[in-house]
Design a protein around this ligand. Sequence first.
Ligand SMILES: Cc1cc2nc3c(=O)[nH]c(=O)nc-3n(C[C@H](O)[C@H](O)[C@H](O)COP(=O)(O)OP(=O)(O)OC[C@H]3O[C@@H](n4cnc5c(N)ncnc54)[C@H](O)[C@@H]3O)c2cc1C
Length: 1086
Amino acid sequence: MATLNLLKWSLQQEFEAPTWQDPMPLEDSQYDEGFKILLQGQSAYQDFIVPQLSQLLTSVLKSRVTVSVLEVGPGPKSVLGSLPSHLRRRIHRYAAFEPNAVFATRLQTWLSSSQESPLPCLDNQPDIHRTPFSLNTKTAVDPSGKEDGSAETFDLIMFCHSMYGMNPERDYIERALQMLNKKPDEGLIVVFHRDGAQFDGLVCHQTVSLPTGVTSVADDDETLDSFAQFIAGSGPKSFNGEWIDRQWREVCRALAHCDENRPKCLLYSSPDIMMAFTQRATRLPELLAEVSEASKEHRVKNREALVHYPASVVAPADIGDVQTCLTVISGGHGGQCLWPNVVALDMCAFNQILVLAKEEDNGKSPNTLVVVGAGCRSGDIIRNTMAADVTVPLGSRPSVGMGLVLQGGIGHLARQHGLASDSIAGAVVVSVATGQVLCVGNVPSQHQPADAVRLENDGDLRWALQGAGSNFGIVISVVLKACPAPEYTVRNCVIPLIDHAQAQLKLTDFNEEIAEKLPRHCSADAYLYHEAGKLHLGVNTFEVSTRDAIEPPPDTTALLGPEASSKTVDGVALFDTEMYMSAMHGGHGGGKTSSFKRCVFLKDIGSAGLTDKLLSAIESRPTPRCYLHLLHGGGAVRDIAPEATAFGCRDWDFACVITGVWQRDQDGRQEARAAMQWVYDVANDLLPLCAGVYGADLGPDPRDATLAAKAFGPDHARLAIAKETFDPHNVLAYACLLPAVERAQRLIGLVTGHSGVGKDFTAVVWMHECNTAGFSTAIVSISDSTKREYANATGADIQRLFEDRTYNEQHRPALLKYYQTQVQTRPRLPEEHFLEAVGRAGDLDVLFITGMRDDALVAAFSHLVPDSRVIEVRVEADEAARLVWGSNQDSNTHAADALNNCPTFTFHNNIVDAAGVQSAQAFCSNHFLPFLHPNLQRLRTMIHSTPKFPHPNITFRDILGLTQQTGGLKLCTSLLQSHFSGDWSTVSAIVCCESGGFLFASALAAQLDIPLALIREAGKIPPPTVSVAKGGSYISSSGTNSAEGKKVEMSREAVANGSKVVVVDDVLASGETVCAVLQLLKGGGS
Ligand SMILES: Cc1cc2nc3c(=O)[nH]c(=O)nc-3n(C[C@H](O)[C@H](O)[C@H](O)COP(=O)(O)OP(=O)(O)OC[C@H]3O[C@@H](n4cnc5c(N)ncnc54)[C@H](O)[C@@H]3O)c2cc1C
């Protein structure tokens, strides 16, 4: 499938033939026609542009309540119209340069639509300039100059596929940079462009690509004529219609791909790229003044990476240089070590390997330690350590670098000694958050850089480096635990397979009779590949032997036939024994091939379902040399708990490396694209049956997202928080992709109170305060849903209901009545409206919901959003303040009813001047922000969930399990202490009930030196006692009589009459226990 760029070039070649005269720009109507065809045929807008733009706008909004946008060449409708409503509502100023008169007129009409406007909160009329965006700031065509001579600036400037005629592109970006707001935080320029754009040394803030973009065009002459003119970007001056149209149609058809599922359509590859720039875009010269550029012969091996054009590749010589740089190349085998317009950091200077004598480890561990610089490759490490008679577990290629150690590292020692990342004892890392040099874990003192510091929570970073380590900082060196250097006896055999049935049988036998029976010091890899027109099963067994006597491996000859080869080698020679290098496909065409890999973890490869999938994967290979490599796991890999390191996928027997291979001269062409797509197709096909995915080399390619969701096992949430903590600005954005941070609202504040107490004003202050603290926040009114339905039913003006306060007040009684009538027929309407409000708000940290009309809010809504914390905050104001806020009438009687329940917090909004704003700000800091504290999020990640336990409709959250994690109980205790809004010195006892309550209360009581008062099951403490009956919990009981309940009791003297106590329990499920406790404490027991 040709790319649109190739199509454009080919069309222009025809056009430049001597028969034709100079090109001339398209007329507006021709452009309009072509643009429509392109838009109809592209899915990139919805799949790529809108989600990317939403994310960027959300990040710009972190430091602003509203934004101003300048769009260059928006066309007849701005793409902003497709953003979620909560983002559109934050756009308060909009300007555009749209030189196409037809588009400009339509844009104006669309923006001022009398129905719900796409940008409903603009302060002024949109400013649409019917001129091209110009480089010359002084001319009249640059209307950005204000009358007072100062330049107008914007928070966001967008070029959405509008840069094609701008040459050189860099100059236009530099011009736009001058028009960016610098406060409160830097604004952003966003460019969407067909892949391949180069910006001549400009450094991107962020780049994301959509390599799989496809454009489809109807295969009829009329459509093709318009489309070809649009793509070529011009029409002939003396238009000799027929002939050129015919030529162009032929070119379009010859280059297109046809798919039988989409008849009468021509398909073109249209990979898209998004680039975001800030003021730092032009600062490469400053960097190069301090750090020298790497030689052109840098060490990148990965062919996919080599088609990316970085802004520069620099080679820092020491740690000081690293502190000023960005992204990283170690062995250069990863697909994203180079990225378009991003500075890459070649770690080649950090190439030292030091084997430490045992006593240098302060006697803490008997292991020999090896300090390895981040520029070292596997082959160097093995060679150097072998000289000291030790080794470390690594992978199978000598040229692979630190990326392997940091992201897992599966090799032939894994079954005996674990993964490479398991052997990381410590590391020296340059923080991308602060620029500091950090020492993490065990770094012997003489190897700690002079200015290095230690983090308080150093355990979290070490945990994250062991399996997802390309994401958190620039690793300068790692300290690895070594093991004795062994010899390896390697046996290769190849079994030609006659048919599917035999293939299935052999694979099953290989698994059951060989792999499953091998002791830990042996491993067996399998290969499925085609050669000389036949399917083959290759088997590669490795026996690891040190001086210690170990049991021999089972004899495999009977099953696999005579061995093709067998030899005993050391760790260096081992690299050459890999079957895929030595025995298959003539050594891969003598190195004249390129490859692309993704790896999924499998169990039970002998099962019919899996063998079927593996065999059909090989059958469907698009190029002859694609193959599957099954690397043997289990043993020590499984010994480590999934939560113990960031490498969370542990329970598997084989790592299945799906390898697409093509001729090197096909790099970047259809054969390469087909092989890569095959890798993804096979991985996706195996996903439902797999036990996880290897995170190494997953990156920003959208096809990696589904794989990333299965990488890291149960560690997603903790990793997401570690990323926010250690790389808060996402400097390492192109490394191994981490699962997206859970973006369900983390805090939902229901703002209630009588009419006229200043709820809306207060909510705006709170929103601003949360935004300033770095949390994306919005306010939505739950009554908007009712307004929409009411406007539909009655013909009222929806826009005025939203924006015109007087008009809204006039309709208020009718609206209320309408709502009440609706609730009678739709009793779940409040829940529906709540979910609609939450959905409308989108991905946010904090959402304030106003316009509440119902009762028992938190209890009614919490269960609908289990991943968010719902609180009710009631705003109250005294008579004097209410007069100022606008009303002393409580016309909203229904809202008044809702005030019978007990809110989480109450805010007294009695001060109406600037001090009132301060008081609301202080309230926000003291009451809301603690819910967003990273420590609370950390605690949350320590609680694991088991769906369908103990009953099918219950998800079990293992609260007690957090005490089994290092630091869990301590963290929980300190949060319990700090979240209590009362005065601990007035509390005379901490009351708790068994069993979970005992645990948490004991730690808290010890911390605060306050006595415990224990509530037990009846019959466990001697009299005198007081007791009450307690209903059974449907959560914790699995017996059939669970609802029957039992008695709980407390020693009569445990709590003195009239004293203040705090009750601590583990989980609030049905509430039966806490009700019984309260009854007991209130003297209701007998
Ligand atoms: C031919 C081949 C064979 C392979 N064999 C194995 C194998 O046997 N076992 C196995 O487990 N995997 C294997 N892999 C996968 C390999 O582990 C990954 O491709 C790995 O990411 C490569 O690391 P690198 O340093 O060579 O590549 P790079 O592209 O240099 O780095 C890979 C990633 O790590 C990041 N990174 C590198 N150094 C640092 C640092 N100092 N600080 C922070 N981030 C850093 C980079 O930014 C990049 O995102 C193989 C890959 C290939 C291509």
